[in-house]
Design a protein around this ligand. Sequence first.
Ligand SMILES: Cc1ncc(COP(=O)(O)O)c(C=O)c1O
Length: 380
Amino acid sequence: MPIHSKLPDVGTSIFAVMSGLARETGAINLSQGFPNFDCPKPLKDLVYKHMIAGDNQYAPMPGVPALRQSLAQKYRRLHGCDIDPDTEITITAGATQALFTAITALVDRGQEVIIFEPAYDSYVPSIRLCGATPIPYKMQPPEYKVDWERVESMITPKTKMIIINTPHNPSGQVLLEEDLLALQGIALRHDLIFMFDEVYEHLIFDGIPHFSALRYPELYRKSVVVYSFGKTYHNTGWKMGYTIAPEELTREIRKVHQFNVFSVNTPIQHALADYVNNEEWYSALPGFYQEKRDLFVDILRQTRFEPVDCKGTYFQLASYRTISEEDDLSFAKRITREYGVACIPVSAFYVDKSDFKVVRFCFAKTPDVLEAAGERLIKI
Ligand SMILES: Cc1ncc(COP(=O)(O)O)c(C=O)c1O
């Protein structure tokens, strides 16, 4: 039977390809984004405690109420916003499911969604599966800046959504107050929905505050804000996340969520409910990751790579323009094989595979691993 593929040009993701090559060649894997250190022990103990206590059946569809209440409390403290945990927060199986569910619920066939490239890889297929068209705004190295007037000129009667990611994977750039105010202006002038991917909310450096959409009521009114516990608690493998959105948007998101996963891991939700207001944990994250960024940038400065200024996330971009003229995929594969360090070619984050001779390294690693990678990178 001939199979009609809904995603004919989608192959194996670059993350699987580069991690596979790293395994095969024994290279140090700085490609895929995950820490090589463990999540906090008290949080693991809480999961065990709740399992033993019998919190092992289906959670309520929108999420365990105690967790939603804890999150509302957290964002009141962080951003001064008043989020209703009953009607505005939905717990999801990671940010990826949150993004997919919200796009599926809110974007229709024939509509357009503006994305900023280089873009996290799940946006485009999620948009295409709705029969909609991604409209890329191409950001370029070394600054990866956005001109909001140009973005506004890209809005057509078909535009339904704009997806914004701050701090931004892979560029490491962050939006500032002036950017959020420009977006709020666009929100007031156009009938659109804004999706804010804020999974790296606590991985932000040099004292820069995280300007969340939750801080701007007129913008939030039209926004879905997506988070991931995995990035904040060093447990990407738990696949836990959530959406925060006004009631009328949340209602639509939950209609899809209930037939997508229905509800997510019960004991972990209870454990997180007890843990998310541990302010000490998330307040320490910017310093914790900034130290790693500084170490890795120092290392790169001793090589022929040119690091891009990184203000957030756990990713560091580097140009290899002075090393080679190869395309970035060939270069990434070759240095994995020949020098034993795996990275991600940034062309993978552009629909048209634009190649700016830049690769992405993940620095969510212990210093010994970053230093060992440095000893290899310096030989290139
Ligand atoms: C920008 C961005 N959004 C979403 C996600 C997905 O998060 P999760 O692992 O919670 O699905 C990631 C993970 O790498 C990401 O970098």
